[in-house]
Design a binder for this molecule. Sequence first.
Ligand code: PRT
Ligand code: MG
Length: 213
Amino acid sequence: MITLALSKGRIFDETLPLLKAAGIEVLEDPEKSRKLILPTSHPGVRVVLVRASDVPTYVQYGGADLGVTGLDTLIEHGSLGLYQPLDLQIARCRVSVAVRSDFDYTSAVRQGSRLKVATKYVGIAREFFAAKGVHVDLIKLYGSMELAPLTGLADAIVDLVSTGNTLKANQLVEVERIMDISSRLVVNQAALKLKQQPIRRIIDAFAGAIGKN
Ligand code: PRT
Ligand code: MG
């Protein structure tokens, strides 16, 4: 049995066409079913639904053989024990710095002010500001980062942006782009050795379908 870890929402939705290219159809809709293990049209393949941030953990420890995860999540988790054969080019976005539209970020940086930065991406943020030589106090949040500058919790946030509509709706402006993000296929290294043929077949089918949607 091959187990593929996916998270509900955009990653699940955007992985479906890749699975289809591999001749695999998921037989239940995760938005309608309460099941966490979904059968597929292929008797040897099943999908497990986990939190987006738990996908690398499942694959690292062998709870799943493969998974699809955002590069953001993968960087924060670390890639120990994970083989990363493919950039699937799905769920694209970027990691950016954003501030309140009335906050003068450029001056604050130029003056060497200490910045309070709220983020779920503590690792990415720490490395980015260290490389710029900007002193930051990082505040770890698990969601709704946009609220932090509006309530005075932080001067800036480091968060994912795709259309920019969420920032705009909250009077925030993007002041730096840190990195471009897309989702990656991750594979458990031991599983790749033990179940080489069926896993290779999935990797190859995904590879052939990238960018075709
Ligand atoms: O929601 P939950 O806490 O369960 O987990 P999650 O937020 O990690 O999962 P999910 O499914 O929301 O995101 C999974 C992956 O999708 C992320 O790790 C990214 O790699 C990728 N992705 C692509 C995005 C976005 N685009 C995105 N726009 N993830 C989140 N967003 C959010 C962003 O955080 C912000 O709140 O959408 C909002 C901004 O969108 P725009 O279009 O208004 O700019
Ligand atoms: Mg989310």
